[in-house]
Ligand binder design. Sequence first.
Ligand code: ZN
Length: 293
Amino acid sequence: MTAINNAGLIIKNMIKSDRIPGAFIFEGSPEITGVFADMLAKSAVCSDLDYKKDNGEACGVCEACRKALRKIHPDIIIAEPDGDGAQSFHIEKVREIIDGLYLSPNESDKKIYIIKDMQNMTPQGQNALLKSLEEPPPFAIFIITAANLDLLLETVRSRAVKFNLWDGALDAPQDNCGEIIKNILGRNPDKLSVYQDIIKNLEKSGKSGVLNFYYNLENAARDILIVKIFADNLSGARFLYFDNNLEILEKYAGNYSVKKILELCGKIQEYKSDLEYNANTRLNLSSFFSAII
Ligand SMILES: [Zn+2]
């Protein structure tokens, strides 16, 4: 799965569960980051909650969606540089954002700030914005796009859930989730050292990589659960992680009880939400693996 597909899936899941973090950074070309920023902003203001819960995206037809489409929704605020060059995103624009930040949204429950090409923002601007990222009002969602994360202050980067959308970029380790589940649920006496290795690898991929790991692991566990519960009637079943590879799935499914897999799914969800809400990545990972020993 490409980084872009993966990011799309993660964001859909956030929208389905109505738990959208307060700050995102999309790294990539202006075209692709723009598409993601648009999609997320629309989904945040769309008023058809049932549709969002089922589909993980904006309905496209409600009043809010129509306004968003015509770029006249008062709760989607776009800030961008004055030109193309470095330092062309001036602190005055940031001040405008900060001045209006604590005013309640006009029509939606959320207020979305799309901050484009942040790599061109002056350090003074970034510092000014940082205060808002640290203590945002509960209704605010910041969507930052940038060609290169290295040009953002580390303090800004660490406040947001990050997605690398450059083509071909891998922002998640493509671990073998089946093997990881086997380790978690099986009787491997070396569990602890296996966990240490997994944690060390995952940490390198940053917060978005670890979030991807949880989503993959949850999908893998769900696939195994389906095979266990519906063993006799699997025609038409769609698997999210194992790509309809029944032979492998049955191999994993044979070994564990439904109760154990359900427990694992619960823990994954718990620690995934925790991380979405800004928990420290290393702490989150080690608590997750200690919780499931
Ligand atoms: Zn809508």
